[in-house]
Design a protein around this ligand. Structure first.
Ligand SMILES: C[S@@+](CC[C@H](N)C(=O)[O-])C[C@H]1O[C@@H](n2cnc3c(N)ncnc32)[C@H](O)[C@@H]1O
Length: 214
């Protein structure tokens, strides 16, 4: 398990990072164009209520809000949420402090759950994805962006060193592991796309899956 797959360590890390977060992290790891391409894989036209798990400073919600009438954001870190809540363009969003493992919402509340760059910190990813499944309406969708567990590169030793460090810090998954993970959590038809920022085109894995109608 990665060192940052720890609830208290992650909260502390993001509490410290919050003041400079927007200036550095999204553009480096989760650029707007990458997020938009992933969001385009969801049928947002049929979505009224969306939950962003690990919403941080609200960057993803900002990209969604023109398409969706009710947006909710949940995050572990109070300072991250305060930065989000201070953004005037996000004044209609309902932010709440909480943990992905125990979502404070009734069953089948949302048409869609999104989560960008948060699963890598989750100590119990299956448990959290099961919670996301519980709060999603039948026929609803999930979109998760995490770190891809890339194969060893024969020509790029720098990438291998980066991946070695990432392995000690974060939860990562490849396509096969992702399929197993999402199916175990109750989701159907997980599909993955490997993507990434310009300096790491295979760094990120974007997964969508659906909750079946019974
Ligand atoms: C890299 S940031 C991504 C924020 C945002 N989604 C974005 O795209 O800018 C990861 C966020 O996940 C939150 N987080 C990590 N573990 C969490 C958990 N178990 N429950 C809720 N939020 C969590 C962190 O506090 C942090 O704000």
């Amino acid at each position: 398990m990665g060192t940052l797959q720890n609830h208290d360590a992650t909260r502390h890390w993001f509490d410290l990072l919050a003041p400079g977060y927007d200036a550095v992290v999204p553009s480096l790891f989760w650029p707007e164009s990458l997020q938009q391409a992933a969001l385009d894989r969801i049928d947002l036209e049929s979505v009224d209520r969306v939950l962003d798990v690990g919403c941080g400073t609200g960057e993803t919600i900002d990209q969604l809000r023109s398409d969706v009438s009710a947006t909710h954001g949940l995050d572990l870190s109070q300072p991250q949420l305060e930065t989000a809540a201070d953004k005037s363009e996000l004044e209609d969003v309902r932010f709440i402090r909480g943990d992905a493992r125990t979502l404070p919402y009734a069953d089948e509340t949302f048409d869609c759950v999104v989560s960008v760059g948060s699963i890598l910190y989750w100590s119990a990813p299956v448990e959290a994805l099961r919670e996301a499944h519980r709060v999603t309406k039948q026929g609803g969708e999930i979109l998760v962006l995490g770190f891809n567990r890339r194969s060893l590169s024969w020509w790029n030793p720098v990438q291998n060193v980066q991946d070695g460090v990432a392995e000690t810090l974060f939860f990562r998954y490849n396509r096969e592991e992702g399929t197993e993970l999402f199916l175990e959590a109750g989701w159907t038809d997980p599909t993955h796309e490997v993507t990434g920022p310009i300096w790491g085109p295979e760094l990120v894995i974007a997964t969508t899956a659906r909750k079946v109608e019974s």
